[in-house]
Design a protein around this ligand. Structure first.
Ligand code: IDP
Ligand code: MG
Length: 135
C-alpha cells in the first residue's frame, strides 16, 4: 500500500469538522492506517515545517499548528495517495480552492485551511517518520 501523512489541523478540531474530513477521505476509498489526536509541540512543528523556516508566515504557522490538538493520520491507498489527498484537500488558499474540495467547501483563510497533506512520496515518508516513528 502507498501511504501519506494527513493532519486535521487545530482549526478542524476546534470547528468540529474532523468527522466530515475523515468521511470524505474514506468515501474516496482511502483507508485510515493510523491516527492520533495530539497537541503538536514547537520542536515537532519545526521539523514538520522545516521547508518554510524563514518565510514571512512561518511564526504564524507554528503558532497555529501548535495551538490546540490536531488529528494526525497515516492514510493508505492503491497508489499516488499523496496526490489523491492533495486533490481532495484543494488549493492552499481556500479562496482559490475549488468547490467540492475540503478547503473549497469549508475554509476561507490560508492561515486556517483545515488540513495538511504531504506534497510528494518523499515528504510523506519523512513526515510519517516524524509523527509515527514506529510504523
Ligand atoms: P500546503 O499546506 O497546501 O502544502 P504550503 O505552501 O506547504 O501549503 O504551506 C504550508 C501551510 O502554511 C499552509 O497550509 C498554510 O497553513 C500556511 N501558509 C502558507 N502560506 C501562508 C500565508 O501566506 N499566510 C499564512 N499561512 C500560510
Ligand atoms: Mg505543503
Amino acid at each position: 500500500m502507498d501511504r501519506t501523512l494527513v493532519i486535521c489541523k487545530p482549526d478542524a478540531v476546534e470547528r468540529g469538522l474532523v468527522g466530515q474530513i475523515v468521511d470524505r477521505i474514506e468515501r474516496k476509498g482511502l483507508k485510515i492506517a493510523a491516527a492520533e489526536l495530539r497537541t503538536i509541540d514547537k520542536e515537532t512543528a519545526g521539523r514538520h515545517y522545516a521547508e518554510h523556516d524563514g518565510k514571512p508566515f512561518y511564526d504564524e504557522l507554528v503558532t497555529f499548528i501548535t495551538r490546540s490538538p490536531a488529528l494526525v493520520m497515516v492514510v493508505e491507498g492503491p497508489g499516488d495517495t499523496f496526490k489523491v489527498l492533495r486533490t481532495l484537500i484543494g488549493a492552499t488558499n481556500p479562496k482559490e480552492a475549488a468547490p467540492g474540495t475540503i478547503r473549497g467547501d469549508l475554509a476561507i483563510e490560508t492561515g486556517e485551511n483545515l488540513v495538511h497533506g504531504s506534497d510528494s512520496p518523499e515528504s510523506a515518508e519523512r513526515e510519517i517518520g516524524i509523527f509515527f516513528p514506529n510504523l
